[in-house]
Design a protein around this ligand. Structure first.
Ligand SMILES: Cc1cc2nc3c(=O)[nH]c(=O)nc-3n(C[C@H](O)[C@H](O)[C@H](O)COP(=O)(O)OP(=O)(O)OC[C@H]3O[C@@H](n4cnc5c(N)ncnc54)[C@H](O)[C@@H]3O)c2cc1C
Length: 398
């Protein structure tokens, strides 16, 4: 079994690491570089994105012929982890949620004409995007079969009515991927559509205030009241909305894990110098066994998360859906992120609870990891089903 990265990926990873260290991390220490929602200011972002493009590091997940770098999932795992070592990192490379997951989906399932119209501007950084699925109670959440938003055929197209919420990035998005009900069929009742922010028949009713820092465009509540969508803007076949969702979320969940692992590593980095220098009861913190247990455990958990993520990435690259591998990575890495940040806060003492380091930012951000793209309990349900179905073959080798 070979755990080495191919030389071209390793070289790309090193370039990403250097770029993050030299061009992005220094921006975190100046409050002027933040927007009102604790993310990178849009003007600063525009400047850094130009530098990323000039450095040949732009949109690593997209095909070269569309202006990306053509990396498959294993390459992305190595590079996204490096980007995640800055709280501003992924968005500078056009590798942040939700655009990242939306681009991966459109590249895989859209027609050539749809790619030209809807995908290319996202790749180029000219349009931001959103994925519109979750609804307030009693609509779709963990269980998509509860979906209430409808798409009704009218003439050659569709009319959308309904209510969605927690739609990340909706406040700045131009291109939207929407999941709506087209029939009562339990497996084939949902369909995916594409629409543009400029179309009439929908509105953002509020930007929902959240616990942590926000992606650009926030997390919004949307109302649909007669939005008209042409049939050419239907994504995949009628009734394949659930499939669209599964294709999108499989990859998007894993790229979340990749970025979160970078953030977990960064959190530990934040406490290195303190534990090596701080004296307590005649020794440095790092010389105390209690501290060593905390650090050793956090380091090991990160490595477990990396192995699960890389295994799922390799499976996806081989053409497998990797459902159980992605679920295991998602559950584990969401916990790893939280634990690593918590450990770092604990070890730097009172300062860990201050805003003098990015740790409190990460701590608030980390809590969403157990909810977004499938709550941990749902992923455990998927694993339990696979286990009962596969029996002893649940644990196999490729
Ligand atoms: C920061 C953030 C960003 C988001 N961005 C988007 C987005 O861009 N687009 C979008 O469409 N949605 C988005 N969401 C919504 C997210 O996908 C949903 O919150 C998630 O799918 C859970 O749905 P729900 O909130 O309705 O919770 P529910 O489905 O009501 O579940 C509540 C809780 O019940 C438990 N639970 C539910 N079902 C089961 C079960 N079968 N077994 C055991 N326990 C169970 C879980 O603990 C779960 O957390 C976002 C959410 C957050 C917090």
């Amino acid at each position: 079994m070979d755990f080495s990265l191919p030389p071209e990926i390793e070289s790309y990873r090193r370039r990403v690491r250097a770029f993050v260290a030299e061009n992005i991390r220094p921006l975190e220490s100046d409050a002027a570089n933040f927007d009102d929602h604790e993310n990178i200011d849009q003007e600063v972002l525009g400047r850094v994105r130009q530098e990323v493009k000039a450095a040949g590091l732009w949109a690593p997940q997209m095909p070269r012929e569309r202006g990306g770098q053509g990396l498959a999932m294993v390459g992305l795992a190595a590079c996204y982890e490096e980007m995640g070592r800055s709280i501003f990192g992924p968005v500078c490379f056009n590798a942040a949620a939700p655009d990242d997951g939306n681009m991966l989906l459109l590249d895989k399932v859209a027609t050539e004409a749809q790619k030209e119209r809807w995908l290319q501007p996202i790749i180029d950084g000219e349009a931001r995007s959103a994925f519109v699925m979750t609804e307030p109670m009693p609509g779709a959440g963990s269980d998509p079969s509860a979906m209430r938003t409808t798409a009704t055929r009218r003439g050659g197209g569709w009319v959308i009515d309904g209510h969605k919420w927690f739609i990340t990035g909706a406040g700045v998005a131009r291109h939207f991927i929407l999941i709506a009900r087209t029939s009562d069929d339990p497996r084939k009742g949902l369909t995916a559509f594409l629409f543009d922010a400029g179309q009439p028949g929908w509105e953002i009713t509020r930007r929902i205030p959240i616990m942590g820092p926000e992606e650009h465009g926030g997390h919004c509540e949307l109302k649909f009241d007669g939005l008209e969508i042409g049939d050419e803007n239907r994504l995949m076949a009628v009734g394949e909305g659930l499939k669209v969702t599964q294709i999108r979320l499989g990859r998007a969940r894993l790229t979340h894990c990749m970025r979160w692992l970078g953030m977990a590593k960064r959190a530990l980095e934040e406490c290195f110098s303190y534990v090596k220098e701080r004296q307590s009861f005649g020794a440095t913190l790092a010389e105390h066994e209690g501290v060593q247990w905390l650090l050793g455990d956090a380091a090991m958990q990160i490595e477990i998360g990396r192995l699960l993520t890389m295994r799922a990435a390799a499976k996806l690259d081989s053409g497998d859906f990797a459902r159980k591998e992605v679920s295991m990575a998602k559950i584990a890495v969401a916990e790893v992120l939280h634990q690593a940040v918590d450990t770092a806060i604990q070890l730097i003492g009172a300062r860990g609870y201050s805003k003098d380091t990015p740790l409190e930012w990460m701590y608030r951000y980390a809590r969403q990891a157990r909810l977004v793209d499938g709550a941990s309990e749902i992923h455990k349900m998927v694993l339990s089903r696979a286990l009962l179905n596969d029996g002893i073959d649940f644990w196999g080798w490729d």
